[in-house]
Design a protein around this ligand. Sequence first.
Ligand code: SF4
Ligand code: SF4
Length: 319
Amino acid sequence: MANVLWLQGGACSGNTMSFLNAEEPTVVELVTDFGINILWHPSIGLEIGQQVEDLMMDIINGKIQLDIFVFEGSIVQGPENTGTMNFFCDRPMMDWVKAMSEAAQFVVGIGDCATFGGIPAVEPNPSQSTGLQFHKKTKGGFLGADFVSKGGLPVINIPGCPAHPDWVSQILVAISTGRIGDVLIDEYHRPKTFFTDFVQSGCTNVNNFAQKVDGGFGKRGGCLFYEVGCRGPMTRSSCNRVLWNRVNSKTRANHPCLGCTEPGFPHHDLKKGSVLKTMKHLGIFPKDVPTGQSKALYYVRAGWEKVLPTNKVLTETSK
Ligand code: SF4
Ligand code: SF4
């Protein structure tokens, strides 16, 4: 059995809503089949007020073992590093986060806010929000770069806005069954099993990407990279492999990928013209090119491919 405590900081509860839709396994199966014992959760926990504080004090005093501490939302440190903008059970939430992280065998950050700071950390960041062990791309965050939980791992990050529910439920299973040591994590502490391939792997528009055929928001028959800012080629995530609700993904529904599993999200700090729009140099060359490619080479190759006759055929076919 694994005792889980889930707390929320600077959050919209989106990751909780997502988690409750888990399918493989479901939240109920986590409890009935995989030995997860939810000590408390802000949306489904029965205890309130003093009871929750007593529970957390029992964890701090070693009366209750905490196996997995799950945190959703940014760590709010404002104003002036007091953390009092986010008060919980008579203390700044950030104090509880520190205490629970020190007490737990494993710490899991869910969603972009808990992992990298997310939308609350966009400049000028009035709440002084940050992630558990990263601030955007920089290692450190609230717990510090050297933090390692009692179980010997740094914070396990499951980013996303929100995170896919099955990424969460499957990592909880890996911990509760003693298999987390088999799960490799990348430089941003993301489990490689979900965050190695790009969103583009499995996208139904990938032929149009290769043929440089433009698509449009919500329109069939084109790729969303060229005009409406799809970040599928720059975003490591399994959204087109582990489908949402097991049936679909943003790009399959012709909505651009916003790159929400990368530590730079929201990219360009929500600068005007950066959302659902491809930012370009001279109105022609995309500022962000597929990961791993040199900009100059990409521009030359893409320009050549764009004028190949096959594009005309595809464009006409898709009309
Ligand atoms: S729509 Fe996005 S993910 Fe799909 S092929 Fe185009 S750039 Fe790649
Ligand atoms: S498709 Fe992109 S924006 Fe949408 S959930 Fe996946 S990584 Fe996030």
